[in-house]
Design a protein around this ligand. Structure first.
Ligand SMILES: *[C@@H]1O[C@H](CO)[C@@H](O)[C@H](O)[C@H]1NC(C)=O
Ligand SMILES: *[C@@H]1O[C@H](CO)[C@@H](O)[C@H](O)[C@H]1NC(C)=O
Ligand SMILES: *[C@@H]1O[C@H](CO)[C@@H](O)[C@H](O)[C@H]1NC(C)=O
Ligand SMILES: *[C@@H]1O[C@H](CO)[C@@H](O)[C@H](O)[C@H]1NC(C)=O
Ligand SMILES: *[C@@H]1O[C@H](CO)[C@@H](O)[C@H](O)[C@H]1NC(C)=O
Ligand SMILES: *[C@@H]1O[C@H](CO)[C@@H](O)[C@H](O)[C@H]1NC(C)=O
Length: 506
């Protein structure tokens, strides 16, 4: 036999092997599974893992912007008019976050940490100087005190007297810095002389600079990748105690800083937020691309803050039935020492019209007031996020306080914040590289199939040419079979010659 047919059959066999292997690997998704297992193994919260350092000290810069609602018609409001507010902001702070006292607990299956944040003001990204700009808004300490005192005639009379002597109004004018980071309130000072538990200072972000919101214990994700970054306990509790049902009190999901890899479009993402004293959730909205990295956008649906009529699962959030609010607002008094604080999205986005219409100057817009989270589905890494929330105070008639008699029950907006983060260029580059490797490895079988295809083409060409050559040699040289026979003959002779030899030996 000549070498050519052998080469042809080798090519043919190789091509068949490659095609079968390649298609088999594609159908079995072997390399994809391998790569996914690798990701699951590497994205865990243990010392030396790919993500641990950036989990402890996230490199992307976080900006916190505060916007205030400056009340323009205080005197009219006190006579019963609709409040008119103007939005003032942003006052922007660079937020530095890191995880403090990170320790492995429970035999290394859990990790305990404190989430520390500090804020440094950025004048160039702000509308003005927070220590100078004056904002007129609801006098929150007074409203909190009135709400506490209204249950007893004695206490409300006492408070009324104090408020009159101190000339404490229902509204107050303070600088942005005071409202955020705290000021000594004369009414609180007075109250603290009789009740030592009451603090003299008030501020929306008081004591939040350089502090943490309690100990978190997280799952590392080593046992199950779906548990990566999931909160197990907060301040030693597995459940909250603020609300009235187990569902509302549940601590589910992560703290918003880590999400498991290999995300699905139809999964619901849970985030436990100590600020809101509850777990919220987000659903897939659309595909986005940030700095070349593909991501899924998750946003909270309106059912998160829906009234209990619209979403019975929210029943536990209205603790006493006579003060249940409507859709788009969450009364957080149980975790604000009873102060009439109401949380919502900015400008009552996703809220009922009655809340928006009650205040002059509200205009909710999805683009500006939506909270969202863009996660890379392969790695679970946050590529961009905007958390937007508004602080409101429930104002209205309070029994025993004549000053409030003309007020209509209103959820009064005070401030909203926009906490935003976008992946930094260095991290983006690393993620892109990782995604590229994942893609290449996952698609390796395609490469094999491609190679098989090329071999198939070579095989066909060779076969065709061999066939052509064979027919052409058959045509012009009739002795060729003879020569082949000549070649075979000596072998045959040998065989024949050997047999008689063996025969004689036997
Ligand atoms: C808030 O409104 C008051 C008048 O109602 C005005 O004097 C003040 O300058 C406003 N504050 C800011 C920061 O614009
Ligand atoms: C971290 O640990 C140190 C020493 O054990 C302790 O002094 C500090 O208070 C801890 N930090 C937090 C935030 O608990
Ligand atoms: C840690 O592991 C050891 C040995 O496997 C076991 O005896 C012990 O109970 C474990 N402790 C915890 C807190 O899981
Ligand atoms: C927060 O604390 C840091 C240092 O601990 C300080 O530089 C910064 O000015 C503080 N921010 C505010 C808003 O007080
Ligand atoms: C803010 O109010 C304070 C005290 O009333 C006043 O001294 C200051 O000038 C005001 N700031 C502005 C920008 O009007
Ligand atoms: C934050 O949201 C506000 C609200 O409209 C918007 O004006 C601002 O540009 C946002 N900032 C970032 C960094 O997205």
């Amino acid at each position: 036999m000549s070498r050519r047919p052998f080469a042809i059959y080798t090519v043919g066999a190789l091509c068949a092997l490659l095609l079968v292997c390649g298609i088999g690997l594609i159908l079995g998704q072997v390399f994809r599974t391998l790569m996914h297992n690798r990701l699951k193994k590497e994205i865990v919260l243990v010392e030396g893992s790919r993500v641990f350092e950036s989990w402890k000290r996230p490199p992307p810069p976080v900006f916190m912007e505060y916007f205030f609602f400056n009340v323009t018609n205080v005197d009219e409001i006190l006579k019963g008019a609709k409040p008119i507010v103007t939005q003032v902001g942003p006052y922007t702070y660079r937020e530095y976050r890191y995880k403090d006292n990170v320790t492995m607990v429970e035999n290394g299956t859990m990790v305990s940490a404190y989430n520390t944040k500090s804020f440094v003001f950025l004048l160039e990204k702000s509308v003005g100087d927070p220590t100078v700009d004056n904002i007129t808004t609801v006098n929150i300490p007074a409203w909190a005190a009135m709400n506490k005192a209204k249950i007893s005639f004695f206490r409300s009379s006492m408070l009324n007297m104090w408020m009159n002597s101190l000339r404490t109004g229902l509204f107050t004018t303070r600088t942005v810095h005071e409202l955020l980071w705290g000021y000594e309130d004369s009414l609180l000072v007075k109250i603290s002389t009789t009740n030592r538990e009451v603090e003299k200072d008030f501020g929306l972000m008081i004591k939040k600079n350089g502090s943490n919101d309690g100990e978190f214990v997280f799952h590392t994700g080593e046992q199950n990748y779906l548990d990566y970054g999931r909160v197990k306990t907060w301040k030693g509790q597995r459940q909250l105690t603020f609300w009235s049902t187990n569902e509302s009190n549940s601590i589910a999901g992560s703290d918003g800083s880590a999400f498991h890899p290999l995300l699905n479009k139809d999964e619901r993402i849970y985030i436990f937020t100590p600020d809101l004293c509850r777990t919220i959730y987000m659903d897939f909205e659309k595909d986005v691309v940030v700095k070349g990295i593909p991501a899924y956008r998750f946003t909270p649906p309106s059912s998160v803050l829906a009234s209990k009529e619209e979403n019975p699962a929210n029943e536990g959030f209205c603790v006493t039935s006579n003060e249940c609010l409507g859709t788009g607002v969450l009364k957080v008094s149980p975790c604000r020492k009873g102060a009439p604080v109401v949380a919502s999205f900015p400008h009552f986005y996703l809220g009922e019209d009655k809340y928006i219409d009650a205040i002059g100057g509200m205009s909710p817009q999805r683009e500006h007031h939506q909270t969202f989270l863009d996660l890379n589905p392969t790695t679970g890494i946050i590529v961009r996020a905007n958390k937007r929330a508004q602080v409101n105070i429930l104002v209205g008639r309070v029994v025993g306080f004549p000053k409030t008699k003309n007020l209509t029950e209103t959820i009064f907006p005070v401030m909203f914040l926009n906490e935003s983060v976008e992946i930094d260029d260095a991290s983006a580059m690393r993620v892109q590289k990782l995604l590229l490797i994942t893609k290449l490895v996952s698609n390796f079988p395609l490469f094999i199939v491609g190679l098989g295809g090329i071999m198939l083409m070579i095989f066909i060409v060779l076969l065709f040419r061999a066939h052509k050559q064979k027919t052409s040699t058959e045509e012009d040289s009739s002795y060729s079979p003879v020569s082949q026979k000549d070649k075979d003959d000596p072998q045959n002779g040998n065989c024949i010659g050997l047999t008689p030899k063996g025969g004689t030996q036997a």
